[in-house]
Every structure is written in structure tokens, then in C-alpha cells.
Write a protein that binds this ligand. Structure first.
Ligand code: FE2
Ligand code: FE2
Length: 223
């Protein structure tokens, strides 16, 4: 009787072990698909799209004086620097216009609006700094010559006759900046993703600025 029981137990153990092995094998099959001929081809094709380490190292050493600009830079570097310098001039003219409005604004709503002018001036200044930094990274020189700033800027330096006029002039300047940044982003595309990302972040803030002034003008009471 005892022997019969032992034999049955060992048979059950064997069945369980067999089943477990089968389950493990099928799980492994899901995790590690057999490399088919098709898969092998696609993996090696994708691998070939990357530059090999030796070439990467040699290229990096070749033009070390170019700093962050490597042979794989896809845009027209001179044109990008030219466009960025126009944007830089625009930002500086905007800083100066906002500061002029901040110091001269008067009237019932002046305090609230002045705070907006000052905040925008600081943000335009931050945009200018980012743009100047990128120009240098691309091997160019930021043009900050005050003698030619207004003629190189897209937006104008308008003093504004009164508070409402100042808000309107700033809205117009923001709308100019929005259009010119959008054009630059569309031109640069994916050929210089660092510049593109920077311009996209600036554009988003210019849209916020324009939106704030549009709201202010919509709810304006009085002249
Ligand atoms: Fe700006
Ligand atoms: Fe702005």
C-alpha cells in the first residue's frame, strides 16, 4: 500500500514538473522572440544608420575650434545667426519700450498695468539673453549696437500717448514678435532642434503677453 502511494506521488510530481517546464518555456518564448531572418535584417539596417564610434571620435577632433557646431548641423548657420540677431534687436527694443511705459504710465489703472509692463520687460530681457547665448554657441556675434537697434528690430519703439495707447502698442509689438518667431520656427524646422526649441518657448511667452493685453483692452473702461 505504502509503495503504491509513493509511486503515485512521484508520478504526480513528474507531471507537475513537466507542466512547470512547459509554462516557463512558453513564457521565455514570449520574452525572447526567436530572431527571424526579417528581424535580423531590420536590426542591422537600423544600426547602420548610426555613425560608428571611430568616425564620431575623428569628426569631433577635426573641427574642435567650431565648439558646439559639428558637421551634422543641418541648417544654414549664417542665416540662423542673422535671424537670431534680428530677434535679439526686437527683444531689446521691447525691453526699452516696456521700461519707458513702466516709468511713465499714469491714470486710474496705472498701478496694475505698470506691474505687467515691468514683468514683461524682465521676460523680454531673458529672451534676449537666451538668444545672445545661442548666437555665440553657433559661432556668431550678438549685435547689440544701440545705434542701429531700432532699424534692425521687427517691433517698433512707440512711446504711447496714454495708458490705453501704451497697452495697444505693446499688443501690436507682441503680435509682430509672434509672427516673426513662428516664421523662424517654420524655417528652421528640425535642422537645428536646439534653436527651434528655444524659439518655441519664447513664442509661447509672447502669445501669453499678447493674450494679457488683449484681455486688458477688451475690459477697458474709459478712454
Ligand atoms: Fe520676447
Ligand atoms: Fe513679449
Amino acid at each position: 500500500m505504502a509503495t503504491k502511494k509513493a509511486t503515485k506521488k512521484s508520478a504526480t510530481k513528474k507531471v507537475v514538473a513537466k507542466k512547470t517546464a512547459a509554462v516557463k518555456a512558453s513564457a521565455r518564448a514570449v520574452q525572447e522572440p526567436k530572431p527571424t531572418a526579417e528581424r535580423k535584417v531590420s536590426v542591422s539596417y537600423e544600426r547602420e544608420a548610426f555613425t560608428d564610434v571611430a568616425t564620431l571620435r575623428a569628426n569631433a577632433r577635426k573641427n574642435v575650434d567650431k565648439g558646439a557646431v559639428t558637421d551634422s548641423y543641418g541648417a544654414d548657420r549664417k542665416l540662423v545667426i542673422e535671424l537670431l540677431n534680428e530677434a535679439l534687436a526686437t527683444e531689446w527694443v521691447c525691453v526699452l519700450r516696456y521700461m519707458r511705459h513702466y516709468f511713465t504710465a499714469s491714470g486710474m489703472l496705472a498701478d496694475a498695468v505698470k506691474a505687467e509692463f515691468l514683468e514683461h520687460a524682465k521676460q523680454e530681457q531673458a529672451h534676449a539673453d537666451k538668444i545672445a547665448e545661442r548666437i555665440v554657441q553657433l559661432g556668431g556675434e550678438p549685435d547689440l549696437n544701440p545705434a542701429t537697434l531700432t532699424e534692425r528690430s521687427h517691433a517698433e519703439y512707440k512711446e504711447g500717448a496714454n495708458l490705453k495707447d501704451m497697452v495697444k502698442e505693446n499688443l501690436i509689438a507682441e503680435r509682430i514678435a509672434i509672427d516673426s518667431y513662428r516664421e523662424m520656427i517654420n524655417y528652421i524646422g528640425d535642422r537645428d532642434t536646439t534653436t527651434k526649441r528655444m524659439l518655441m518657448a519664447i513664442l509661447a511667452q509672447e502669445e501669453e503677453h499678447a493674450d494679457e493685453f488683449a484681455d486688458l483692452l477688451n475690459g477697458w473702461i474709459g478712454s
